[in-house]
Design a protein around this ligand. Structure first.
Ligand code: HEC
Length: 109
């Protein structure tokens, strides 16, 4: 009985670790997708990475600043769903918005 219990616990811990790794891998995939989208769709106006040297528009927040700002995911989502001028509406699917936010968030670490 005792042996059974420790095996069960080991299995449970193993399953939790696997799940944790899957979540980490999933997060990494989102960030990579978000980085690609940002480069393709946002980088003509925003600085979207630490290595981008421009050109970008004056006065437009960089993604590094956005990631470090106090904006919540919900605020970023609201903006990307319905941006205000001078930012044009960039057509993004729900999934793409999720990825871009995951990418912007990666600068808050
Ligand atoms: C044609 C230029 C242009 C493109 C392309 C563009 N943006 Fe912007 N964006 C702006 C400007 C200009 C502002 C500043 C608006 C302001 O301060 O009123 C802005 C502001 C923002 C903000 C800050 C909103 C806030 O809370 O103040 C976010 C987030 C943002 N953009 C995300 C994105 C993302 C993600 C993309 C690509 C999918 C993108 N932008 C593409 C011009 C652009």
């Amino acid at each position: 009985m005792r042996k059974f219990t420790s095996v069960s616990i080991a299995m449970l811990v193993g399953a939790m670790l696997l799940q944790g790794n899957a979540a980490v891998a999933q997060g990494a995939r989102e960030r990579i997708a978000g980085e690609r989208l940002s480069r393709d769709l946002c980088s003509q106006c925003h600085i979207v990475s630490e290595t981008q040297r421009g050109p970008a528009l004056d006065g437009v927040p960089s993604f590094l600043d956005l990631g470090r700002s106090k904006r919540t995911d919900a605020q970023l989502r609201a903006w990307l769903t319905d941006p205000h001028p001078p930012m044009p509406k960039v057509p993004l699917s729900e999934r793409e918005i999720f990825s871009v936010i995951a990418y912007i968030r990666s600068f808050s670490d």
